[in-house]
Design a protein around this ligand. Structure first.
Ligand SMILES: CCCCCCCCCCCCCCCC(=O)SCCNC(=O)CCNC(=O)[C@H](O)C(C)(C)COP(=O)(O)OP(=O)(O)OC[C@H]1O[C@@H](n2cnc3c(N)ncnc32)[C@H](O)[C@@H]1OP(=O)(O)O
Length: 854
């Protein structure tokens, strides 16, 4: 059968290509019947054969019949004929099979800094348990009787054990000392004329009523059945790793609270997490929901399914802490934790607008840490979660990346969005539950937290509490730092920040790579001017191998050719354009105009983390060695300057520091210098860089000596550094080999759009920020400048006009003490720092960033 297929393939391709050239895509019905018939059966045959070859007869491609029929009916006008055919038979590349167990890397394992958690909950079989498609319940209904086969979803739903007891905590919250003291303090302030007087505890009661969840087992069961039935209308599969869920089940069984912390990509995230847990009969978590979701009908659904409402900003007024609100929220969460309930919150504080993880927020994490430090619970398990979509359900964020305000959620808007979702195709979703780790172990490992007195947890009210008493409520007024000069608590704040960053870093590196991420990444880094389909498929293969080498999981299988065609169709013609060329191969081109390019870079950004440090080092070498990477190859000289490792490392660290609002480059338990040195070594071993030793006299500063020593240790283990002489390493780019140059250009392209945003922000600070300005006005002016550059064709990368990057750049320049921000009333102002070195500093940054532009 395989033989027949291989012989048939070229002929059919030819017939099909000829037909496609004749028939315009707008008239797909003109396709001759015999071609459609032949092609259809070929694809089906090939697909089935490949499937059987790979997985045997026991596993079938999962595809909902209704979806197939509906998609057949609706897809005609939107995608080209070839793409449409591929989309219809997409079961081949997308797989939800048990038997994938051997080839896939097991993602999300605990970091080496948590040795006990790393070996806890996991067994020798965990990694090999394989992938499951949650929407396919047939595999779970073993008996296969009449009832099961006719009403599979209903039977499955009724068999879930969802009768859990959810505690009532209102009384405990309202009578706890923290809330009472907060009310007392507020009333004292009101008497002094600063705040508003509240009768008794009415204020706290109202706040709690509007906040708390009222989980209903019946509603959960109904929602579970509904989702089983309808998710397959717009999703092909929801893939999870069975081993990961087994670990979560074990953690839950221990009775300690489990804290689910997902990265936030879409409104479907929280639905999927509870839905998956429901599938495994695990108790639903209490989920922190921003009060922007408080809408008629939806509010009741949200609270009934586990959501509790929190303010997106805790304090209503800048500079005035709402102590009562903070106390109520804090006590509510801690009462739940005391009773062993699971919590879930989105640590980034909102959905990512860029496809990259956002900087984590510490507020809710601090409540959990506080509960641990105050022995409110014995221990808690943290479960980082990463969810990735082949196509994002929430549309795109182009509007906000163009500097326009976020459109507010409304009842009608939500209904429209749900309708739109039901009428579209979003491919598959992969949900990665990382290995749960013990909070106790993490906190014990961090010295500053350990040394804090037992009852001095950091909390939402920013308090330090004396032992044996509830924490006193802080004094209102401080805007930036809560704790003033109290070093111990400041340390604790830092520890909570580190924990949050650790969680986000784990999630980012566990994120499975979808086909849309890979295609967008290739188009934006390697083929901005477009390429032939043949070349694109080759590169797709190369990138798959790269991901494997970098221990990243790729969430699909199948031939790169089919996956590439399918991905082009899924992204759609407004992002990726295809045209036929004379040599019977398609030409594929990314759409780089504003604002479409932001959507493409959203998908591409998932992969940046895999190349981040290499790209940083290549940028550093470009800056120091002044290599003509961007000049045409014929005028390029192989004889290039070399630079000392110290200089290269310093600049690389500086770039990482500058980009700290874009990426968490390394987990907080690692040292940046060491990780960069390892990466440098790796690049030398790949021959992208050449290294050369130079004997230096001992008259050197200790930092340089240490760096070179470290480098020598990493690169040349047997090399001795003795007495006053050491070997200083010099690095230069390998311009002699074409593949090395191409690789460097590629690695440069990974970060170049971000660096361009930073460059134009620096230039605007230098020239336009002559007096203090409202931050928003200044941001808008930088953004207008960025857009104009794109429109005039001056910009190297249209993505550089992304509003999010410009905002991050401004924050970074504040961090490196070039600008100052302060509040004038409720308005945030920016100004250039009044310091004699500031101009030199900004010019240095401009120099560095300009050297990295093509
Ligand atoms: C089977 C069927 C299934 C169906 C199933 C359906 C499920 C149906 C459920 C729906 C569920 C919806 C879910 C929607 C999803 C969202 O709505 S996402 C948006 C809402 N969620 C979040 O934002 C969570 C993460 N955010 C946070 O943690 C933020 O810190 C907060 C709590 C929102 C506050 O933000 P903020 O006002 O901007 O303040 P922030 O600077 O973060 O700090 C606040 C305080 O925290 C403390 N803090 C902050 N950082 C630190 C630190 N490092 N150390 C110590 N203390 C710190 C301090 O006390 C600080 O106060 P200050 O001393 O600075 O004044």
């Amino acid at each position: 059968m395989l033989k027949t297929n291989t012989t048939v393939t070229p002929d059919l391709d030819l017939v099909y290509k000829k037909w496609e050239q004749r028939a315009p895509t707008s008239a797909p019905t003109s396709k001759p019947k015999e071609v459609t018939g032949q092609l259809t059966s070929r694809i089906l045959c090939e697909g089935r054969q490949r499937w059987t070859d790979k997985f045997g007869d026991s596993v079938r491609p999962v595809r909902h019949r209704k979806v197939r029929e509906r998609r057949r009916a609706t897809s005609a006008s939107t995608v080209s004929v070839s793409s449409r055919l591929i989309a219809q038979f997409k079961t081949t590349p997308i797989v939800t099979a048990d038997t994938l167990r051997v080839v896939r890397p097991f993602m999300g394992q605990c970091c080496a800094c948590l040795p006990d958690s790393k070996v806890d909950l996991i067994s020798s079989t965990t990694a090999s348990l394989g992938i499951r498609d949650i929407l396919n319940v047939k595999t779970e209904l073993r008996s296969g009787g009449w009832l099961e086969s006719s009403f599979d979803q209903l039977v499955y739903s009724l068999r879930r054990k969802t009768i859990h007891k959810y505690p009532e905590v209102s009384l405990a919250v309202l009578t706890c000392n923290r809330v009472k003291e907060a009310l007392q303090q507020q009333n004292e302030e009101a008497e002094e004329g600063v705040g508003q007087m509240l009768p008794g505890d009415v204020g706290a009661k109202n706040l709690l009523c509007g906040m708390q969840a009222k989980i209903s087992n019946r509603l959960l069961r109904l929602a579970g059945w509904f989702l089983l039935k309808f998710l397959s209308y717009f999703l092909h599969s929801v893939q999870i790793h069975k081993g990961q869920l087994e670990m979560v089940q074990k953690a839950v069984a221990r009775g300690n609270p489990v804290i689910y912390i997902p990265l936030h990509r879409s409104h479907l995230d929280y639905i999927l997490v509870t839905f998956i847990l429901w599938n495994y009969s695990i108790k639903a978590p209490y989920i922190a929901a921003g009060d922007n979701l408080r809408m008629p009908i939806f509010s009741s659904l949200i609270t009934g399914l586990g959501g509790f409402f929190i303010r997106r900003k805790l304090d209503k007024k800048v500079g005035r802490k709402d102590t009562v609100y903070r106390a109520v929220l804090h006590s509510y969460m801690q009462e739940l934790l005391k009773r062993g309930e699971a919590l879930e919150f989105f640590i980034e504080g909102g959905r990512s607008r860029t496809g990259k993880a956002c900087q984590p927020k510490g507020g809710l994490v601090s409540v959990v840490v506080d509960a641990q430090l105050n022995d409110i619970m014995e221990d808690a398990y943290i479960v980082p979660i990463s969810i990735n979509y082949e196509k994002i359900l929430d549309g795109n964020f182009n509007h906000e990346q163009m500097g326009l305000p976020k459109v507010k959620e409304t009842f009608i808007g939500t209904l429209k969005a749900i309708w739109r979702v039901f009428c579209s195709d979003f491919g598959s979703v992969r949900v990665e539950f990382c290995q749960p780790f013990s909070l106790k172990e993490y906190l014990l490992k961090i010295q500053p937290v350990q040394v804090s007195p037992p009852n001095s947890g950091s909390d939402l009210s920013g308090q330090e509490s004396p032992p044996e008493s509830p924490p006193p409520i802080h004094k209102a007024g401080s805007v930036s730092s809560l704790f003033g000069t109290d070093i111990m608590v400041e340390d604790q704040r830092h520890a909570i920040k580190q924990l949050s960053e650790h969680i986000v870093h784990t999630c980012v590196h566990a994120t499975p790579v979808m086909c849309t991420n890979m295609l967008a990444f290739l188009l934006l880094t390697k083929h901005r001017e477009g390429t032939s389909m043949k070349q694109l498929i080759q590169d797709f293969d190369w990138l798959r191998q790269e991901m494997k080498n970098r221990n990243r999981d790729v969430a699909f299988v199948g031939s790169s050719s089919e996956v590439t065609h399918y991905t082009c169709a899924l992204l759609g013609t407004n992002l990726v354009q295809r045209s036929s060329t004379s040599d019977c191969d398609d030409w594929v081109e990314p759409v780089l105009s504003l604002p479409t390019v932001f959507e493409l870079s959203y998908y591409s950004n998932t992969l940046v983390s895999a190349y981040l440090l290499e790209s940083v080092l290549v940028c550093s070498v470009i800056y120091h060695c002044d290599i003509g990477l961007f000049v045409p190859s014929q005028s390029r000289t192989a004889d290039v300057m070399s630079a000392s490792t110290d200089d290269i490392m310093d600049t690389a660290c500086e770039i990482c520091k500058l980009l700290r609002y874009e990426f968490i480059c390394i987990p907080p338990c690692d040292k940046l210098e060491e990780t960069l040195l390892e990466t440098l070594h790796h690049l030398i071993s790949r021959e992208l860089f050449k290294s050369r030793d130079q004997q230096m006299s001992a008259n050197i500063d200790p930092i340089n000596a240490r760096m070179s020593k470290q480098f020598a240790e990493v690169c040349w283990e047997d090399e001795e550094i003795d007495g006053g002489i050491f070997q200083e390493q010099f690095i230069k780019a390998n311009m002699e080999r074409r593949d090395c140059v191409e690789n460097m250009v590629f690695l440069h392209h990974v970060l170049a759009p971000f660096l361009e945003s930073y460059l134009l922000t620096a230039r605007q600070i230098n020239t336009n920020l002559t007096t203090e300005l409202p931050e928003n006005d200044f941001l808008q002016s930088v953004h207008a400048f960025a857009r104009t550059r794109v429109e005039q064709g001056i910009a190297g990368y249209a993505e550089s006009a992304a509003f999010e990057s410009i905002k991050n750049a401004l924050k970074a320049f504040q961090d490196v003490k070039i600008i100052d921000c302060y509040y004038a009333g409720n308005i945030r102002m920016v100004e250039v720092r009044d310091h004699f070195e500031v101009r030199d500093k900004i010019n240095n940054y401009i120099g560095l960033l300009e050297s990295l532009q093509e």
